[in-house]
Design a protein around this ligand. Structure first.
Ligand SMILES: Cc1ncc(COP(=O)(O)O)c(C=O)c1O
Length: 509
């Protein structure tokens, strides 16, 4: 059949059309950011309403992009939770910075695949350089193997695969885990560690029962003595300790495990230490934090997450392993069609994870780090820490609120404990009572719900030993003191309203 060059259903947009639409889009993005403070941070639309509004048949005929763009702004954007919003304080307060956004556009435009060096030399070279920069920024061995992947959960999984395969006598890579007798492998992590450790245990075939949770102290840090006790008892039972996952910046409270003592235990028993510094690692860019921080060098492997605190649009995570060759020992597998000639200095990044096709993530980091400079990143991150310190002080000065935990990082867990209730409970000797704790849990949960329904701020919660707490993450590149003052005013106002509407605590006996 002869190719039909006249058919309009062929080919891409004309380049001028791409440019026109691109300019329109950039203008809209600019306005989105300029007006973001006036935009509700979240939406109250129900899933049903949203699905009814968006659902429809597959368009058979090409539609005008103007219409698609209009509908994106009318129907999609108002119904997002805006993670870029300076009033977004849930999970981790993150931002897509402008250099990162533009880099994403170029990454998609170039569409190169950084799987093997030859497939995209400059993308692989840049990855090597950016990874070295990151080791310097967070304080890790610059000669370690590193790789950029999409998220921290996968990084922990990959690190634990490497840890498992480092037990070479088990020959799991070739012989697998099934149909033969193997010792029970054990992973140890704190009771505050992220659920990704359990997910890794599931995917590794080790099982969640063998991802042992070690108790934490009053500061939510893993207790090394408890770790060693469990390891010794496991050894007696014939279990095989495989890895310890320590955390620098736990999800709920931002606590940091005592790496040095944990590392000593790992060394003594020949156990791999993986450090989940997904949240905490990059704060080492700020010298005051680095001085207080634990030494990431102690990890056989680490993960740090630029998309959590380095103004990098999702998804970029850096994983490093200072046991050279361990990652490729697990993941290097080169079918014939991927055989290339390796010249001195080249790296095939497909060797360090399960991913073959890989986007040009390093460009995003290269642009961000160059555009702000280390100094600029430091001052922006320091600003977030100062804002958190300001808020912590205000909370502690208020008679009705408690700052339940403190962290090096700009992350606060606060709890509303009205002073008049404290007085009544003291009088009735109900203090520390389970009922009063339950009442406060409910009250704080209602406050959180109302705060999020307000559209003025967006927060998430944690349940820790002290009970249900309102968790406040600060870290957006645009956040300023006015934003934090507004947040604090809103919390106080809504807490008071909820408290007034709640039944009298006297009835709580
Ligand atoms: C401490 C910690 N580790 C790992 C993760 C998982 O991160 P990701 O979403 O990049 O997989 C999180 C996410 O909140 C986290 O807080």
């Amino acid at each position: 059949m002869k190719p039909d060059n006249e058919n309009l259903n062929l080919g891409d947009w004309a380049p001028h059309e791409f440019e026109e639409q691109g300019q329109k889009l950039i203008q809209l993005i600019r306005e989105y950011f300029e007006n973001i403070r006036e935009t509700p941070v979240s939406t109250d639309i129900t899933p049903k309403e949203l699905l009814n509004m968006l659902d429809g048949p597959i368009p058979n005929k090409a539609e005008s992009f103007d219409l698609t763009l209009d509908e994106t702004w009318e129907k999609i954007i108002p119904h997002l939770t805006h993670w870029n919003h300076p009033s977004f304080h849930a999970y981790f307060s993150i931002t897509a910075s402008f250099p990162g956004i533009l880099a994403d556009l170029l990454i998609s435009s170039l569409n190169v695949n950084a799987m093997v060096w030859k497939a995209s030399p400059a993308a692989s070279a840049l990855e090597k350089i950016v990874l070295r920069w990151i080791t310097e920024m967070v304080g890790y061995d610059p000669s370690s193997d590193g790789v950029l992947i999409n998220n921290a959960s996968l990084a922990t999984f990959y690190a634990l695969v490497a840890a498992r395969d480092a037990l070479t006598d088990l020959e799991v890579r070739t012989k697998g885990l099934t149909g033969r007798v193997l010792p029970t492998l054990r992973i140890y992590t704190s009771d505050q560690a992220h659920s990704s450790v359990d997910k890794a245990a599931i995917a590794l075939g080790i099982g969640t029962d063998h991802a042992v949770r070690i108790p934490t102290d009053e500061y939510y840090q893993m207790i090394p003595e408890e770790l060693e006790k469990v390891i010794l008892s496991d050894l007696e039972k014939g279990f095989r300790p495989m890895a310890v996952v320590a955390t620098v910046g736990t999800t709920a409270t931002g606590s940091v495990d005592p790496l040095s003592s944990i590392s000593d235990i790992c060394k003594k028993h020949g156990i791999w230490l993986h450090i989940d510094a997904a949240y905490g690692g990059f704060w080492n860019v700020v010298p005051e934090i680095k001085n207080k921080s634990e030494d990431l060098q102690l990890g056989d492997s680490i993960v740090v997450n630029p998309h959590k605190c380095l103004y990098t649009p999702l998804e970029v995570t850096a994983m490093f392993c200072r046991r050279q060759g361990a990652l490729s020992n697990s993941f290097r597998l080169v079918p014939e069609y991927l055989q290339t000639e390796n010249e001195d200095g080249s790296i095939d990044y497909m060797d360090f994870s399960l991913q073959l096709g890989r986007s040009f993530r390093s460009l995003k980091l290269w642009w961000i780090i160059r555009s702000f400079g280390l100094e600029g990143l430091t001052s922006r991150m320091r600003r977030s820490i100062q804002l958190a310190e300001w808020l912590e002080k205000e909370v502690n000065l208020h008679p009705d609120f408690e700052c339940v935990t403190t962290s090096h990082f700009p992350l606060l867990c606060i709890r509303y404990v009205p002073e008049h209730l404290q007085n009544i409970w003291t009088e009735l000797k109900l203090d520390e009572n389970e009922e009063s704790k339950k009442y406060l849990d409910k009250l704080n949960a209602q406050i959180m719900q109302k705060l999020n329904q307000s559209g003025l701020v967006y927060l998430s919660h944690a349940v820790i030993r002290e009970g249900y707490v309102i968790r406040i993450s600060i870290g957006n590149i645009k956040q300023n003191l006015d934003d934090i003052k507004t947040l604090w005013d809103t919390i106080q106002k809504i807490a008071k309203e909820v408290n007034q509407d709640s039944p009298s605590p006297i009835m709580l006996k």
